[in-house]
Design a protein around this ligand. Structure first.
Ligand SMILES: [Zn+2]
Length: 455
């Protein structure tokens, strides 16, 4: 494999406290040098890429995606999902196990690994379930799943309601040094809620999904993490109370972590009342200098704003943002959840939860945290590289130290662009962010020293 020399970019490598203009050399799929010696060490026939004016960082890692294979390949496949990840600047993704069949046995893990090896242009890893068929009744064979190579366990899409079972899962996970991810939803409190319980659910006549349904399980997870010492990671946090609980627990040293998704730190439940309402109210802060006539329009009850957990209030959104800034929420993930058009083009109550997110995640994160000045760029990149790598035990990823895997993302932090429905490379088109003016764009995604995607 020939050498790849990335020249003159701003190298931001939070794991190694690097933030400087430098060259990066990748040889034989590994990082070979960063800095002055990179050019000198490069082979004569090395491929060179001019990265001046761009950010060069460790390959972005998204530990929460749904690629729908096996079982629902009309929505997405490992191949199409990986393409979408590469276009979004992600070099490694971690699939959730709510496929059909569920990833609750070593055979299905092997199937995914084989498909990933054959068809995916980025690294596709997988979680396994906590319980058999994600039914919440009987533990999955966690030891065998671990041996088969899952990087964490979760019933995502579902939540184990039985606290005793969750305790035993946490104890097993700890034995194998696996993180346990949880989709935090108390079924009795949430029942059949479809959007945040509050002013807008009442106004729109939709069944509410109350914040306490999330907070209750976050509190449970904190107690179980404290009891067992297991690492419990609360997925897609949306409620202010949940962020507060995690912050308090972390201050006590509990092994709990949290995750934020771009839709939860960008949108609010008012967006389900349509774009007019949103841009006049909660959306104003996103584009203070633009007239709403120049911003995208959507109708009320648009099902591309339906996800689980739901979009919440402006106060919840502010709490999620604060959580990312102060590190209470350790990482950013997309919860990329593709669905077919015909499934989403139904009444709000009947549409499936979830939106695609891999191709807009970097821009929305930069807009919210970097372009506002709320966070230093290395701190933000850390939430997308070394911190998620640690959560799933990827010792060779998440940084640009010599000898690490040659996964690199190059992006233009200031490029302005518009995300168009027809340009997506995901197999599904259920994003709420079509036609949004975005700032920050991946330009090259390098996986194991090979250019997987470039603009
Ligand atoms: Zn989930």
């Amino acid at each position: 494999m020939s050498d790849l020399l990335l020249q003159g970019g701003r190298v931001v490598d939070p794991a190694n406290s690097v933030d400087e203009v430098a060259d990066v050399l990748i040889s034989d799929g590994k990082v070979a040098a960063v800095g002055a010696e990179a050019a000198a060490k490069a082979a004569g026939d090395a491929e060179k890429a001019d990265c001046s004016g761009k950010v060069v960082c460790p390959g972005l890692i998204d530990i929460h995606v749904h690629f729908r294979e096996p079982g629902q390949t009309a929505k997405e496949t490992i191949e199409s999902g990986a393409r979408s990840a590469a276009r979004g600047g992600f070099t490694t993704v971690v699939c959730q196990p709510n496929t059909r069949p569920a990833i609750d046995n070593p055979g299905t893990v092997a199937l995914i690994q084989e498909k990933a090896e054959k068809n995916a242009i980025v690294n596709v890893l997988t979680t396994g379930t906590i319980t058999k068929d994600r039914a919440g009744e009987e533990l999955a064979p966690i030891g065998s799943l671990n041996k088969a190579g899952v990087v964490a366990i979760t019933d995502d899409g579902s939540c184990v309601q039985n606290n005793e079972l969750m305790r035993r899962a946490a104890e097993y996970a700890k034995m194998f040094n696996l993180s346990i991810f949880d989709h935090c939803q108390d079924y009795d409190l949430v029942t059949d809620g479809v959007m945040n319980e509050g002013y807008w659910s009442t106004n729109l006549g939709l069944k509410g999904w109350p914040s306490v349904g999330e907070e209750m399980i976050v509190a449970r997870n904190i107690l179980l993490a404290e009891l067992t010492g297991a690492r419990i990671h609360c997925q897609h946090m949306s409620a202010a109370g949940a962020v507060r609980l995690i912050r308090e627990a972390k201050a006590r040293g509990v092994s709990i972590s949290g995750e934020a998704c771009p839709h939860h730190f960008t949108l609010t439940d008012a967006s389900i009342a349509g774009s007019e309402v949103f841009w006049d109210g909660d959306g104003k802060e996103l584009y203070p200098d633009r007239d709403k006539a120049d911003l995208p329009a959507w109708p009320e009850y648009d099902t591309n704003f339906k996800m689980n957990p739901p979009l919440r209030t402006a106060a919840d959104r502010a709490a999620v943002i604060e959580g990312v800034i102060d590190g209470t929420l350790d990482i950013i993930s997309s919860d990329h959840a593709p669905h077919c058009d015909y499934e989403k083009e139904v009444e709000f109550d009947y549409a499936p939860f979830g939106i695609t997110g891999l191709e807009t995640q970097l821009a929305l994160s930069l807009m919210r945290f970097h372009h506002t000045g709320a966070m230093k760029l290395p701190d933000l990149i850390s939430r997308l590289t070394d911190v998620p790598a640690k959560l799933v035990n990827l010792d060779n990823k998440g940084g640009l130290g010599v000898g690490m895997d040659g996964d690199v993302t190059v992006f233009d932090a200031d490029a302005e662009w518009v995300f168009r429905r027809e340009d997506t490379v995901s197999q599904s088109t259920n994003s709420p962010f079509y036609d949004w003016p975005l700032k920050g764009k991946p330009v090259m995604t390098i996986v194991g020293g090979k250019i997987a995607w470039r603009e």
